[in-house]
Design a protein around this ligand. Structure first.
Ligand code: URP
Ligand code: ZN
Ligand code: ZN
Length: 468
């Protein structure tokens, strides 16, 4: 199958130029000016940008809570990522009840996601059952193509929570085999004290979620994880950085050569905590995520951090939690399942509020939404860029589109979109995944089960991510 994408403006993390792209089967075989020949399909991208397919380092489809109950929408809703220009999801495999880490990865890929996932998929391991096999499994995960693992420094006392002993030992083992450790960094004791004190005073509404998760609780845990990273030599990715205090800790560590990168998410860039002040629980609960949404000043600083490479990637942290599950916390904000949908809105938000406002160049957008995340999980250059020989994952992006975000225009797999009502400039028009058109003029035309597992290489935290 020979496909030609012609007349578009190609944007990569380092370049922007007009050229045609020839795709043969799943790969890009030629990039050049006015490519001629016979083709099975021709896509005219005149007036459009051609971006690499997005790589989302942070999605939770079909996540399990600690009782083994499925939270969040399932893998059959992963098409929402493609509609928003993300062609590779990096999802999380928590321990299945009674299973070790390796078997949980296999179960997730071969049972849970099988036949359903539409974008390509890579995986992070997530340890929720630390036991005598955990440290031995770390090098085996790396050999299996899972060079990243996440540990939660928060959510005490659930099974998600990992104490410092478990985290430090795991980072020692990870450093020895090229695994990058991901952390959800919040000090759980501080949060629990505030949360319980607030609840005991009769304060039960969603807004008390943000009031009891102070930025210093995030910054303290970030600082502890970085200290462990420096001591063990284990590369570290701090996910969902939400505030000035935490981002400043990462900035200082990177200036001093620590092997750490930080991720932020679209919701921390454009939404503020007052969304949770709505007296209607059914509305306010939608924005309950951890860390909590912060203030306008935090948003401004996070944009600045992205530009200066103090923060390196933007992941969605997609957790499409249906409203009936959010309602479990009616009367007790501590019981609202944490997380927000967003796998389909990463590119739209970065373009509209980054590129269109002059806060970010198109090249930097490509870097934070595709290239750097692909490097971090060891799937670059197969994913995350446009070049000869790489997977033909392309987004044809229409910069002239104007609209307003709704759950109908930008589906999430659940009843709501947290960016509802925001203006959108530019949109993902057509998407190719490994040479196949999977979104055509904003319509999903892919197939359930077309997504493939993409194994990652170790030492993904490549040297050039540590540039400063
Ligand atoms: O609130 C969030 N972020 N939910 C998803 C799970 C996590 O902590 O990343
Ligand atoms: Zn988290
Ligand atoms: Zn997450």
């Amino acid at each position: 199958m020979r496909t030609l994408v012609k007349n578009g403006t190609i944007v990569t993390a380092i370049n922007e130029y007009q050229a045609d792209i020839l795709i043969e089967d799943e790969k890009i075989s030629m990039i050049g000016s006015k490519i001629e020949g016979t083709f099975d399909k021709v896509i005219d991208a005149e007036g459009k940008y051609v971006l690499p397919g997005g790589v989302d380092n942070h999605s939770h489809f079909e996540a399990l809570n600690t009782d083994g109950v499925t939270l969040n929408a399932g893998y059959d809703t992963t098409f929402v990522a493609l509609l928003g220009g993300t062609t590779t999801l990096v999802d999380f495999a928590t321990n299945e009840p009674g299973m070790n880490l390796m078997d949980s990865i296999d179960y997730r890929l071969n049972v849970r996601a099988k036949g359903k996932v539409t974008p390509d998929i890579a995986m992070h391991a997530v340890c929720t059952d630390y036991n005598e096999t955990t440290l031995d499994e770390i090098p085996k995960l790396v050999e299996r193509g899972i060079p990243t693992m996440k540990m939660f420094m928060a959510y005490k006392p659930t099974a998600l929570y990992m104490d410092d002993d478990k985290l430090f030992r795991s980072m020692q083992a990870a450093a020895a085999c090229g695994m990058t450790m991901y952390v959800h960094a919040e000090n759980p004791d501080v949060l629990n004290i505030y949360r319980d004190q607030m609840f005991e005073k009769g304060c039960t509404d969603p807004k008390y979620h943000y009031m009891t998760r102070p930025p210093f609780g995030e910054a303290e845990a970030v600082s502890r994880a970085i200290t462990f990273s420096k001591a063990t030599g284990c590369p570290l990715c701090v996910v969902h950085v939400s505030c000035i205090e935490a981002a400043e800790v990462i900035r200082e560590a990177r200036k001093n050569g620590a092997p750490v990168v930080g991720e932020t998410c679209p919701h921390y860039l454009v939404l503020d905590k007052h969304k949770m002040d709505d007296p209607d629980f059914d509305q306010a609960c939608r924005w309950v995520c951890s860390p909590a949404l912060r203030d306008k000043e935090d948003q401004d600083f996070l944009w600045k951090c992205l530009n200066w490479d103090w923060l390196t990637i933007v992941g969605s942290d997609n957790a499409s939690i249906p409203l009936y599950q959010k309602h479990w916390g009616e009367g007790d904000f501590r019981a609202i399942p944490n997380g927000c949908p967003g796998a389909g809105d990463r590119l739209n938000i970065l373009w509209t509020y980054g590129v269109e406002t002059g806060r970010m160049t198109r090249q930097r957008l490509v870097e934070v939404y595709a290239t750097a995340p692909a490097k971090l999980v060891g799937i670059y250059p197969r994913k995350g860029t446009i070049d000869v020989g790489v997977d033909a994952d392309l987004v044809i992006f229409d910069p002239n589109y104007r609209g307003t975000i709704t759950v109908e225009s930008n589906p999430t797999g659940v009843e709501y979109n947290i960016f509802e009502g925001l203006e959108q400039k530019g949109c993902t028009e057509t998407v190719l995944l490994r040479g196949k058109v999977v979104v055509d003029h904003k319509k999903f035309v892919g197939e359930a089960g077309y997504g493939q597992f993409i194994p990652g290489k170790p030492y993904g935290l490549a040297y050039d991510l540590l540039k400063r």
